[in-house]
Design a protein around this ligand. Structure first.
Ligand SMILES: Nc1ncnc2c1ncn2[C@@H]1O[C@H](COP(=O)(O)OP(=O)(O)O)[C@@H](O)[C@H]1O
Ligand SMILES: [Mg+2]
Length: 273
C-alpha cells in the first residue's frame, strides 16, 4: 500500500486536480485507491462525493472530521479505530466511477481539530494510525493536502512514502517549491522520515515565454525532482476531473491524452523502485 501525498504551500497549483486525476489513472490501471481529502475546504469531496455524504444543511454525515474526533476522544482504542475509519469512507460507486475507488471525505469541520492535534502531540502518528487501521486494504492511498502548513499537512508528510509537489512555472511558483522542500527537509531531519521519492509535477503550463522560462529554471534547479512530462493548462483537465475515470476512454482528445501521458510519467516516478 503506497502512500502518496499531493502537497504545496501555494493554493491553485493543482493539488486537488492532480490528486483526483492521478487516482482516476490508478483506478483505470486496475489498482484499488483510497483518496484522503485532508483539506478542510473539501474540494476533492465536492468534486467526487455523492450528495449522501452531506445532510440537508450541507454538513458532512461521514468522513475525516469524525475520524479525528474519535482519535482524540479519551479511551480511543486501536481496534475500534479501524471500524470507525472504515465506516467513514465513501465508496465512489456511481455510474461515473468504479467500485475500487474510495474517498475519505472532508468539509470544514476538520479545521477545528488542527490545534488539538498539535497540542496533544498526536500529529506525527495520526495519519499512520489511520493507514495502519486499513490493514493494507488498498494498493494506493492518495492524500490531497491543504494549501498551507497545518497539523494536517504535517500529519500527511509524516504518513507518506512519496511526496508529489504540483507546481506552476512562475516566479512565485518556484518560491513555493523552495519553501515546501525546506519543510520536507525539516521533517526528514527532525523525524527521521524517509521518502521513496519526492517529485515536482509541473502543472498549468502555458505556451508563453515566461512560463517556458520558469519551467526551464525549475528543471535546472531541481533536476532530480521534476517529473519529465508537464501538465498543460487546458479546460480539458478540469473536465476530466468532472467526467471521472471513464474520461480516459478511447477517442480522447489530444489535450486529454497529454494529461494522461503526464499521469503515466508521474506513475512511473511514484512507483519507481
Ligand atoms: N492543468 C490545468 N489546466 C487548467 N486548469 C487547471 C489545471 N490544473 C488545475 N486547474 C484549475 O485551477 C484551479 C486550482 O486547482 P486546484 O486543483 O483546486 O488547486 P489546489 O488544490 O492546489 O488549490 C481549479 O479551478 C482547477 O480546475
Ligand atoms: Mg485543493
Amino acid at each position: 500500500m503506497l502512500k502518496v501525498c499531493f502537497i504545496s504551500m501555494k493554493g491553485g497549483t493543482g493539488k486537488t486536480t492532480l490528486s483526483v486525476l492521478f487516482s482516476y489513472y490508478l483506478v483505470q490501471r486496475g489498482l484499488s485507491v483510497l483518496l484522503m481529502d485532508m483539506d478542510p475546504q473539501g474540494n476533492a469531496t465536492i468534486a467526487l462525493a455523492e450528495s449522501k455524504v452531506f445532510d440537508d444543511r450541507g454538513f458532512l454525515t461521514k468522513g475525516f472530521p469524525f475520524v479525528i474526533e474519535s482519535f482524540l476522544s479519551p479511551g480511543f482504542s486501536r481496534e475500534d479505530f479501524g471500524r470507525v475509519v472504515s465506516s467513514n469512507i465513501e465508496e465512489l460507486d456511481s455510474v461515473k466511477r468504479e467500485t475500487n475507488f474510495h474517498l475519505l471525505p472532508n468539509f470544514l469541520e476538520s479545521h477545528k481539530y488542527d490545534l488539538h492535534l498539535v497540542s496533544n502531540h498526536a500529529v506525527p502518528v495520526f495519519v499512520r494510525e489511520i493507514l495502519d487501521s486499513l490493514n493494507a486494504g488498498y494498493d494506493a492511498v492518495v492524500m490531497d493536502c491543504p494549501p498551507y502548513l497545518s497539523s494536517l499537512s504535517y500529519a500527511a508528510l509524516y504518513g507518506a512514502d512519496v511526496i508529489v509537489i504540483p507546481a506552476e512555472a512562475s516566479k512565485f511558483g518556484l518560491v513555493g517549491v523552495e519553501l515546501l522542500l525546506t519543510v520536507v527537509g525539516d521533517v526528514v531531519r527532525r523525524r527521521n522520515a524517509h521518502y521513496k521519492n519526492i517529485i515536482i509535477q509541473p502543472n498549468r503550463i502555458k505556451n508563453t515565454k515566461a512560463c517556458i522560462f520558469y519551467l526551464e529554471a525549475m528543471r535546472e534547479k531541481y533536476a532530480q525532482f521534476v517529473s519529465p512530462v508537464f501538465v498543460k493548462e487546458t479546460v480539458e483537465v478540469p473536465r476530466m476531473v468532472r467526467d471521472g475515470v471513464r474520461s480516459f476512454g478511447v477517442g480522447m482528445s489530444s489535450q486529454r491524452l497529454q494529461a494522461v501521458e503526464a499521469m503515466e510519467a508521474l506513475f512511473d516516478k511514484v512507483f519507481e523502485e
